[in-house]
Design a protein around this ligand. Structure first.
Ligand code: SME
Length: 166
């Protein structure tokens, strides 16, 4: 059996060389992860808007159904927890986590990985699965690699635009 995460990692590394903006990169990553990994049922980015007080996470490019949470304060949800601590959060059973903000009734597990630029959180990559405990150490590595690609791209290119504030 081919090593799927390795194959996807190669595709991601190729993608980053072909895009012209952070938005194109995030759209490409969400499409690639969603279409290549069968357990990744919702894949999307949130961007941290620090122009408002208190700062808020704003939905960016995503693949999957529209979420009822296009804006998430830092003190809410798994998304808020990952962004406010700067650490990856993996939840094997969302129904057992009181922080969880429901996006789809089908979601069973979730991972959120912060995107860092010069050590500061600027956004995050959020993935939901219809399968419990869908995110193994190997998945986590792939998703953290994806978020790091966006962080590295931003460090060497234009700053990220918050959707709706262009
Ligand atoms: N479940 C997230 C909310 C975002 S949706 O999953 C897209 C959370 O608890 O923060």
């Amino acid at each position: 059996m081919p090593d799927k995460p390795l194959e996807v990692r190669r595709d991601l590394n190729r993608l980053v060389l072909s895009v012209n903006s952070p938005d194109e990169l995030m759209s490409g990553i969400s499409r690639l992860l969603h279409d290549s990994m069968p357990k990744y049922n919702w894949v999307g980015f949130y961007i941290l808007d620090t122009d408002v007080q208190p700062p808020v996470l704003v939905l960016g490019p995503f693949q999957g159904a529209m979420t009822p949470h296009p804006r998430i304060p830092l003190n809410q949800g798994i998304c808020g927890a990952a962004a406010s601590t700067g650490k990856t959060v993996v939840v094997d059973d969302v129904s057992a986590d009181p922080r969880y903000l429901a996006c789809s009734t089908e979601t069973k597990s979730e991972i959120v990985v912060p995107i860092l630029v010069k050590g500061k959180v600027v956004g995050e990559l959020d993935i939901d699965s219809h399968y419990p405990a869908a995110f193994s150490a190997e998945d986590r590595e792939l998703i953290e690699h994806s978020a790091a690609l966006v962080g590295e791209y931003l460090e060497t290119s234009a700053p990220m635009k918050v959707p709706g504030c262009e």
